[in-house]
Design a binder for this molecule. Sequence first.
Ligand SMILES: Cc1ncc(C[n+]2csc(CCOP(=O)(O)OP(=O)(O)O)c2C)c(N)n1
Ligand SMILES: [Mg+2]
Length: 365
Amino acid sequence: MPRRNIKIETRVEYLSILDDRGRVDTALEPKLDGDLLLYMYRMMLLTRRLDERLLNLQRQGRIGTYAPIRGQEAVQIGSVVGLRKSDWTVQAFREPGVSLHRGWSINRIIKFWGGYEEGCAVPEGVNDTPIAVPVASQLPHITGIAWGMKIRKKDDVVVGFVGDGGTSEGDFHEALTFAGVFKVPAVFVITNNQWAISIPRHKQTASKTLAQKAVGYGFDGIQVDGNDVLAVYVAVQEAVDRARAGKGPTLIEAVTYRLAMHTTADDPKKYRSDEEVKKWEKRDPVPRFEKYLRDKGVLDDKTVAELEEDIAERIRKGVAEHEATLDVNPVECFDYLYNEVPAELEDQRAEFAAALEREGVGTGD
Ligand SMILES: Cc1ncc(C[n+]2csc(CCOP(=O)(O)OP(=O)(O)O)c2C)c(N)n1
Ligand SMILES: [Mg+2]
């Protein structure tokens, strides 16, 4: 028979547990204890408040370019709170919620966005890779670290992140191909926030979902409501359990939205409508989860007020720690790229040094 259909076993599930108004589907509700639920909320709120503070610090000229994460808190916290300390996470550049949970200090996170090399260093004892700004360059690392775990016969797993735009890079294909062939204990989380700077999701790929790409690599993909922290938690934990049991990788597409600008160097009004943003604001993951916790009796006004106060204090301390340890001369940014600094850079260096002196900005010398 020259022509016949090849049967390909496949399915792409969609999972949502809380609806847009925070009402739970009790049949799907995970049985999590109150302390964990409260911790998840606290981390989502801390991530939100730190994001707001970083945006303000950039506007005040106190840090460099910043990539806000407003609206993406549930993907980050839901993906990592169930991990062991010995597991690994591999971040792109828009995952401060992951960093906070894994043990990066607020000071270190601010230092990263301030352009200080200390902010790039992973804290001692934390199994994370440094933040990856080149899009999708972190994906082969997810596969590589997971393969290493398999070779060493450990039952640790790797959870790694990539954006919707990152799925179009060659690194995505290479990492997922290899992960499927070697059945590595990896969970690839795509934060589909609908935009890659000004490129909308529908121009990124003609494929109906990003989750279905897993089929081509020989493993499972699932799409989850990325603004529902319970759905993210359940999908990732199921994938983690499979990976630990030697059943290989999973691709998870978390459908969410970047409510703010791509970075502080971007004006999203140039390429998307206010209506679109308003529609997604109604699905904001933080109040949705808060509503669920209040209905459950885990959270009340008093606890929220205490959490807000504690978070404000933590952030205040983090900013103060950062600003007390800026003993560097900003002019040094010209110094370490070339062995012999080109003449035009020497000129810029002198101009910059003179400007700093005029403005009365300390050089740390
Ligand atoms: C290899 C590479 N190409 C281009 C860029 C510039 N760039 C930074 S972020 C970005 C878009 C990424 O979109 P997505 O993967 O959806 O992540 P998001 O920004 O939405 O978090 C681009 C093109 C880069 N950092 N690295
Ligand atoms: Mg994106």
